[in-house]
Design a protein around this ligand. Structure first.
Ligand code: URA
Length: 439
């Protein structure tokens, strides 16, 4: 039967019973949903069937391309040279984009990055950047292209006209316990990356207690699916599986993370953040054609940090988007929360593990995220880890420092931080930050 003649009921039933749907059937079903011919209840049932039955490679690509076709796509053909995009599946203290984008741009890679906002317990690059006074993240397509041609990089918000299907599907998935599905996450992420127009895509797939993917095998499945979709859409795509079993670096919260990103661009950042940025940056440099091998690319990126070029490029990006470039010289200008309090350890020992998701939620409670639909972010709120996995601590010494403007939130946040830390006896070491590369 030709795809367009199938009724929504038949499509749901076929998926429920494990049949493979033809690409035209998937496209017609999504189009029907967007135009009111498939009801919310029918789409919810379809999503649940996908959660149970999964999707074949062909189906996942078809869903992704139908989502891309639901709205505008960004035309980056006005940018001279290949463009490389980067996406992280979300973590705690993940300020990687703030470092990576100017770093690789200073090495000659062109990056037109569309970023997201804080989601669940994970932070969003736009909210971090907007902690810089005056900085604008809404750029028109022409402004974006002109800025990348001028300084090699831009970080902007995604227009509502890009992949509108994802907005509707994501809201429905959120209400119907259908977020956790590899084909649904992969099509959601990749439809936005493909619509954003770059010729190559580097995906940072986080694994661990602070990530959406808690196990290596789930992260691997997601990484492989996204790489296959990227290739089917003609984009060079690499996925790097990286550890998120504790926050990246020490800072969690918007202005605190900008300050830590600046220190990293100066070569004074925490080790696991610097290592991650060099590893991911090296892959972006290879995808962007500025180095033949990841090893050669790492050397170039190290030189750009040492020479100050990477930091200067960040100042140029901030100034180009209307922000105060003085914060790059002096992150103290970002402002400090009026209340800063340490959370002491109740035991002597060594940090054996931390629950990164709980620390992310503690930072949100302190004001670093939105707590209601229209909740406002306090840019100076968050926390700083004073101890990380493997560090010794004595009773009474600080595990973390809380930053907030709201004293009433301190007690609950402190209890969350205490519960997030596991203090043991013996020796514990953090594992390597990069676990595996796919593609
Ligand atoms: N991030 C996305 O963009 N989509 C998902 O489905 C999950 C995380």
């Amino acid at each position: 039967m030709p795809g367009r003649e199938l009724q929504p009921y038949d499509v749901i039933k076929a998926k429920r019973d494990g049949a493979e749907l033809a690409p035209a059937v998937i496209a017609a079903f999504l189009e029907g949903y967007l135009h009111g011919r498939v009801s919310e209840a029918q789409m919810a049932a379809f999503l649940m069937a996908v959660c149970f039955r999964g999707m074949s490679h062909r189906e996942t690509v078809a869903l992704t391309m139908a989502m891309v076709a639901s709205g505008d796509t960004l035309d980056l053909s006005g940018i001279q040279g290949p463009t490389v995009d980067k996406h992280s599946t979300g973590g705690v203290g993940d300020k990687t984009s703030l470092v990576l984008v100017p770093l690789v741009a200073s090495a000659g890679v062109r990056v037109a990055k569309l970023s997201g906002r804080t989601l669940g317990h994970t932070g969003g690059t736009l909210d971090k950047l907007e902690a810089i006074p005056g900085l604008r993240t809404t750029l028109s397509p022409d402004e974006l292209v002109a800025q990348v041609n001028r300084i090699g990089c831009a970080i902007a918000s995604q227009s509502a006209r890009l992949v509108p299907a994802d907005k509707r599907l994501y809201a429905l998935r959120d209400q119907t316990a259908t977020v956790d599905s590899v084909p649904l996450i992969a099509s959601s992420v990749m439809s936005k990356k493909i619509a954003a127009g770059s010729s190559a895509i580097m995906l940072d797939v986080k694994v661990g207690s602070g990530a959406f993917m808690k196990t290596l095998s789930d992260a691997r499945a997601l990484g492989r699916t996204m790489v296959e979709i990227g290739r089917a859409a003609g984009r060079r795509t690499v996925a790097v599986l990286t550890r998120m079993d504790q926050p990246l670096g020490r800072a969690v919260g918007n202005a605190l993370e900008v300050a830590e990103a600046v220190r990293t661009l100066r070569g004074e950042g925490p080790e696991n953040l610097e290592e991650l940025c060099l590893a991911l940056g090296a892959r972006m440099a290879v995808l962007g054609g500025v180095a033949e091998t990841a090893a050669a690319a790492r050397t170039i990126l190290g030189q750009r940090i040492a020479s100050g070029d990477a930091l200067r490029r960040f100042a140029e990006l901030v100034a180009a988007q209307g922000g105060d470039p003085g914060v790059v010289r002096d992150p103290g200008r970002l402002g400090r929360a009026p209340i800063v309090e340490a959370v002491p350890s109740a035991h002597d020992g060594v940090v054996e593990g931390v629950d990164a998701e709980m620390l992310g939620n503690a930072a949100i409670l302190l004001g670093a995220g939105r707590t209601g639909e229209h909740g406002r972010i306090d840019p100076s709120a968050g926390l700083v880890l004073e101890r990380k996995i493997g560090n010794p601590v004595r009773r009474g010494e600080p595990l973390a420092t809380l930053h907030t403007s709201d004293r009433s939130r301190l007690e609950r946040a402190a209890a969350m931080v205490t519960a997030a830390y596991r203090i043991g006896v013996g020796e514990f070491a953090p594992g390597p930050v990069v676990l595996e590369t796919i593609g």
